[in-house]
Design a protein around this ligand. Structure first.
Ligand code: PLP
Length: 371
């Protein structure tokens, strides 16, 4: 029998979240971000969930080829651009649209065109470093980079993009959002091309900013990009990580639970052993008290998460037995809550679900069949 640990992916939730992003966008076209294996949900599930998106965007060239081979015909944006000449050739062959974020990538593209390694027309996304200081050309180098790309014979569309560092919470004096927006507008004002700026946080914050395309990621999976909860935004969790109790221990006051004996019972209690550990992607940093649902009832983690198991307090669930259903996160327990308790963000937990976890999928069609 397989382990009872299962990640269930709701395609209908992804479709719903995409429609929320669309309503928010006031006409902006949507790049559905499917990098990192669709944030851990599975690349092709992302493709199905976001079939109505205007394009998909990701980092990994092998996965972009998978999307084309699986039948995705709409645009594909490569968020970090080409890493080498082979990627340029792949981009040309499969009509992928790479970001150009540094001069080295312009040199690579010029070389590729000179040597006829890529064929026209070629579409690129020129990225401005508007203050985050991660990827993008410096403002002072932006116009020249644009002109250099424009001069290439096979060049068709040059889209203009940037990325915001602080759209997910209170304004940050180290880099106010308005400064980044101002920098982008100033440096792209005279240039021809569609604009694409917003990740989920920015998209939710400021839908009417000067953008033709938005690039929502995390919100499409039903988790929050920042301070507002996903539910308050009307998002539905796309992944539920669920397991079962595989054993129960009765402990007395003074008994300790798990590695390092971090949790010590102060009263007699039942401890449930759940088939899910850090080798499945559950955060080892989770402290005692992290919420876990047993038979739909909220209880708490007790003791250190081990590689394959974790332990929970069964006091609030007297009916719990070996085989009782456990939700680690998902439709009833927001992944963001577990993440916050563990000192991280929902993104990291979703992306880190391990390869050994069984994935199941509920599609909209299955939902209809249940009626
Ligand atoms: C990952 C990514 C996004 C999506 O970010 P979310 O916070 O998940 O919405 C948008 N743009 C770029 C360039 C990215 O790398």
């Amino acid at each position: 029998m397989p382990r009872p640990l299962v990640a269930t992916i709701e395609i209908a939730a992804m479709q719903h979240n995409l429609s929320v992003a669309r309503q928010q966008g006031e006409g902006a076209r949507i790049w559905g971000v499917v990098k990192a294996n669709a944030y851990g949900h599975g690349l092709l599930r992302g493709m199905r969930g976001f079939a109505a998106a205007d394009g998909l965007s990701l980092i990994e060239f092998d996965n972009a080829v998978c999307l084309r081979e699986a039948g995705w015909r709409k645009p594909i944006l490569m968020l970090e651009g080409c890493f080498d000449m082979a990627d340029m050739v792949t981009a040309s062959t499969y009509h992928l649209e790479p970001v150009i974020h540094c001069v080295e990538q312009i040199v690579l593209l010029e070389h590729a065109m000179r040597e006829h390694l890529v064929k026209a027309p070629f579409d690129v996304h020129l990225k401005l470093n508007s203050g985050m200081n991660r990827l993008g050309l410096a403002p002072a180098a932006f116009q020249a980079a644009y002109a250099r790309l424009r001069a290439l014979p096979g060049m068709r569309h040059i889209s203009l993009m940037t990325h915001f560092a602080n759209a997910d919470g209170p304004d940050n004096p180290a880099l106010p959002l308005a400064r980044q927006v101002g920098c982008f507008l100033k440096n792209t004002r005279h240039l021809d091309g569609t604009r694409s700026t917003a990740n989920s946080a920015m998209h939710l914050l400021q839908s009417s900013q000067a953008a033709d395309w938005a690039r929502p990621g995390i919100m499409l999976y039903g988790a929050s990009p920042g301070t507002r909860t996903a539910a308050s935004i009307g998002l539905q969790p796309a992944m539920t990580l669920a397991s079962e109790l595989i054993a129960i221990q009765e402990v007395e006051a003074g008994d300790a639970v798990g590695y390092g004996s971090r949790f010590v019972a102060t009263v007699p209690m039942r401890i449930g052993i759940v088939a899910c550990g850090y080798a499945d992607g559950y955060p080892r940093q989770a402290p005692d008290g992290t919420p876990v649902l047993v038979e739909g009832i909220r209880t708490r983690l007790t003791g250190r998460v081990s590689m394959d198991m974790l332990m929970v307090d069964l006091t609030p669930v007297p009916s719990a037995h070996v085989g009782s259903a456990v939700e680690l996160w998902g439709t009833q327990l927001p992944v963001d809550e577990v993440a916050t308790m563990s000192g991280t963000i929902g993104y990291e937990l979703l992306c880190a679900v391990a390869a050994r976890v069984r994935f199941e999928e509920r599609s909209a069609v299955d939902a209809l069949q249940l009626l």
